[in-house]
Structures are given as structure tokens and as C-alpha cells.
Write a protein that binds this ligand. Structure first.
Ligand code: 5GP
Ligand code: ZN
Length: 117
């Protein structure tokens, strides 16, 4: 069983922000912004490439609720999913990083991002 499935079933403790029947939002263990929340489907899906449009519709509403709940719906935020090895995905259970609480930097210059486009 993957680490996020263990969080869902309570084997690994987490700092829950918001929960519904199908989704869970909890604080990232190593925050990269003042607010750094992970949003996951409770049912295991490996990555974004495997998720259905139906789940994405529902997780969109859930994510908007989380942003409102933590008070960054008006100030703004960044929503990221790392997909697969080139995307830098380390935990193979679909998750979205919700980052906010400060003006976030955006690196427009990284050479790899422009390679082979
Ligand atoms: P990825 O690199 O796969 O997109 O992101 C995985 C994220 O999960 C990382 O930001 C990492 O800090 C977080 N993480 C890994 N293990 C745990 C854990 O046991 N609990 C929590 N709350 N976050 C975790
Ligand atoms: Zn899982």
C-alpha cells in the first residue's frame, strides 16, 4: 500500500485541512510556501495521466473549497501536479500541491523548461 493510501486509512498520521467522502486535503510535511497543502483522491490513482475527467471535476470543487477554507481564494495560489519521473513525482498516488500565503516566485529562465519544445 502506498504512503498516501496509509494516510487515508489512518496508518500514518496527517494534519487534515479538509475532507469529503472522496477527497482529503492535508498539510505537506516539508512545506515549500507558507501554505502548502496536498489534495488527493481517497481512492488510489497513480498519477494525473490516469485520472478520469469525472474525478477531476469533483476534485476541482473540493480544491476551491480548500482554498476558501484557508483564506487564499482571493489572494491567489498555485496548483501543481507532478506527473511521472520527468515531472518529478515522488509519491505515486495522484496529488495536487496547493501553494499560497505569499507572492510565489516563478522561474521563467530555466533552460530545461524550453528544451525541445
Ligand atoms: P511529489 O514530489 O510526489 O510531487 O510530492 C510529494 C510530496 O509529499 C512532497 O512535497 C513531500 O514533502 C510530501 N510528503 C511525503 N511524505 C509525506 C508524509 O508522510 N506526510 C505528508 N504530510 N507529506 C508527505
Ligand atoms: Zn495510494
Amino acid at each position: 500500500m502506498c504512503i498516501f493510501c496509509k494516510i487515508v486509512n489512518g496508518e500514518i498520521p496527517n494534519n487534515t485541512v479538509h475532507e469529503s467522502e472522496h477527497f482529503l486535503a492535508f498539510h505537506d510535511l516539508h512545506p515549500k510556501a507558507p501554505i502548502h497543502i496536498l489534495i488527493i483522491p481517497k481512492q488510489h490513482v497513480d498519477c494525473f495521466q490516469d485520472v478520469t475527467a469525472e474525478t477531476m471535476g469533483a476534485i476541482t470543487e473540493f480544491t476551491q473549497e480548500v482554498a476558501t477554507k484557508v483564506g487564499i481564494d482571493k489572494t491567489g495560489y498555485r496548483l501543481i501536479t507532478n506527473n511521472g519521473s520527468d515531472g518529478g513525482q515522488e509519491v505515486n498516488h495522484l496529488h495536487f500541491h496547493l501553494l499560497g500565503g505569499a507572492k510565489l516566485v516563478w522561474d521563467h529562465t530555466h533552460e530545461d523548461a524550453h528544451r525541445s519544445l
